[in-house]
Design a protein around this ligand. Structure first.
Ligand SMILES: [Zn+2]
Length: 215
């Protein structure tokens, strides 16, 4: 190491610490009253979940009061079980009830969802897995990625680029994607960018003025 590199490294380390501190401010704070109300609502809607221990992964990553979501109303398995904030789990259950189930009934009469396949829940990383840049909502337990659904007949419905797919399955995917914006504040689908070709990214990030970002 040359004498000249040390100050630069120190500056870099300081910058990183400041970055992490900034990011930590975005992490939702635990609110016992809100948590209890959320868990009661999650039980009432018929979801299956366990209380999970607090997660603190350093940097800004973690969840103060996570749930392990195992099932959604109507005996739907969450595969694999998802570690997320209660609020995320509740909105996922509401979306399944309010949008996915009715849309499936119209698109494929006689079918029901038996499993929801999730591709990512809590994970300590930046957006799109980048080295630099903003921390992902996944790192706060605010987000869940939906890869597809398994139906009672054994058929699977996978999320894919379907903006122009001229089929009922394409219409089903477009319907549930549009409706997701009623429940989640961020919806990114395979039409939004290369990083989301095979899943729907849904999150409950709180933005000023209730602003939503749905593509
Ligand atoms: Zn995601």
């Amino acid at each position: 190491m040359t004498a000249g590199t040390a100050p630069a490294e120190t500056t870099e380390a300081k910058r990183k610490m400041k970055d992490d501190a900034e990011r930590a401010k975005e992490r939702p704070k635990a609110d016992n009253g809100q948590d209890a109300a959320c868990r009661a609502a999650l039980t009432a809607i018929g979801a299956r979940f366990e209380t999970a221990p607090a997660i603190n992964d350093g940097k800004a990553c973690g969840i103060d009061s996570p749930v392990l979501l195992e099932g959604l109303p109507g005996g739907i398995t969450v595969d694999p079980a998802a570690t997320i904030r209660c609020e995320t789990a509740l909105q996922l259950a509401r979306w399944m009830e309010g949008s996915v189930k009715p849309a499936l009934k119209a698109a494929m009469p006689g079918e029901t969802v038996t499993a929801l396949s999730q591709a990512s829940a809590y994970v300590c990383r930046n957006r799109n897995g980048a080295e630099e840049g903003r921390i992902s909502e996944h790192a706060f337990g605010n987000a869940v990625d939906i890869a597809g659904f398994t139906l009672e007949s054994g058929k699977t419905v996978t999320i894919r680029p379907a903006d122009r797919e001229p089929t009922l399955e394409g219409a089903f995917q477009r319907a549930i994607t549009e409706a997701a914006c009623l429940y989640f504040t961020t919806v990114l689908d395979p039409g939004s960018d290369a990083a989301h070709q095979n899943h729907l990214h849904l999150d409950v990030k709180a933005r000023r003025g209730g602003y939503r970002y749905c593509w």
